[in-house]
Design a protein around this ligand. Structure first.
Ligand code: TXA
Ligand code: MG
Length: 317
């Protein structure tokens, strides 16, 4: 069931059920982080391997401090500036956080989401919420309640409908457990904004392969079912694949033949707008059922870096 009742969502969560929740980044699949059976349900519904840990969502820095041994100076600066917002901090956990949530790691990923309904919900609860993105493992993240309903609707107790996600990309994950902050996942908060606050360049560790430090960095991720190619030169790719049924995900000014279905992430070339549209448009094109989706690379500035990261992971074979 989908609706806007935080009271109903809270009731389900207190009963150990799984609820779809809106955030400013993407929709989450939430459960009481302290209820192991509920957390296990989240992994199962998502078909997510237990080695891939979950982010803890809280409503205040004070609450977050109960789950973190100590906030480093950098972490505190970032939290004060960007929470609530699209920032996840990786910090040493306290004994209160179950190992199941962190997949056995001593570090916990934690954030305060910036969405009025979910903040209201979190304040009604006396436990934090463990929530991965509300999509089947590996598929495109949901940015509308309808996306959650379409794929996981029959497996969740309730979907709290908070409208379209305002940012549309997952949170940026910053590991603040060492002396120098490291970014493990690009996301809705740009590197530049982070560096401005901590006053030094951050290290980017987007390692992939078989043993990723943040499994959101698995090579193949955020992927539609349809084969997907990220291109720098669209006209060349259109020509090369002209005998296939094509769909195009473009940005700014570009041209396609009349018989090719195309969506434009932002006709005016605005990267924030492109981020908001990205996952919805990827789903729309996937559902049309073309043989191949050609996506145009966006400029590598601001949120463009994270958009290109998602596009290139969608394109991994
Ligand atoms: O914007 C977001 O972060 C959304 C919304 C719902 O908050 N959540 C989200 O969760 O994107 P998920 O599970 O799809 O991605 C979380 C990423 C995964 O790559 C996971 O491996 C990493 O965070 N992560 C979580 N806990 C971790 C930990 N203790 N150590 C290292 N990586 C961690
Ligand atoms: Mg995810």
């Amino acid at each position: 069931m989908t609706g806007t009742s935080t009271a109903l969502a809270a009731e389900c969560l207190r009963a150990g059920k799984v609820v779809g929740i809106p955030t400013e980044t993407v929709y989450g699949l939430a459960a009481n982080a302290f209820n192991e059976d509920a957390v296990i349900s989240v992994f199962k519904i998502k078909n997510r391997p237990f080695f891939d840990p979950l982010i803890i969502h809280t409503h205040s820095v004070e609450q977050a401090q109960k789950y973190v041994l100590n906030f480093s100076e950098h972490a505190l600066k970032l939290a004060k500036r960007f929470w609530p917002g699209p920032l996840t901090l990786l910090l040493p956990k306290t004994g209160q956080v179950p190992d199941l949530v962190t997949s056995g790691s001593d570090l916990v990923a934690i954030r305060i989401p910036d969405h009025p309904l979910t903040l209201e919900l979190l304040r009604m609860l006396d436990f934090p919420l463990a929530a991965p993105s509300a999509n089947p493992f590996g598929y495109i993240s949901p940015t509308r309640a309808g996306h959650v309903e379409a794929q996981l609707g029959d497996q969740v107790a309730y979907i709290l409908d908070g409208g379209e996600c305002g940012i549309g990309l997952e949170s940026t994950i910053v590991d603040c457990s060492g002396t120098q902050p490291r970014v493990l996942r690009l996301g809705g908060l740009s590197l530049k904004s982070i560096e401005e606050i901590i006053g030094m360049p951050v290290q980017l560790v987007l390692s992939a392969g078989s043993n990723p430090s943040a499994p959101g960095q698995l090579d193949k991720h955020y992927a539609p079912r349809t084969p997907f190619i990220l291109c720098e030169n669209l006209s060349e790719m259109l020509l090369r694949h002209r005998h296939k049924k094509l769909a195009v995900l473009g940005f700014g000014a570009f041209q396609v033949p009349d018989d090719v279905y195309a969506l434009n992430l932002s006709t005016v070339g605005n990267l924030d707008e492109a981020a908001r549209n990205l996952f919805h448009y990827m789903r729309l094109l996937d559902n049309i059922g073309p043989e191949l989706i050609l996506a145009l690379k966006v400029p590598d500035t601001g949120l463009g870096t994270a958009i290109n990261d998602r596009l290139s992971r969608a394109a991994v074979k």
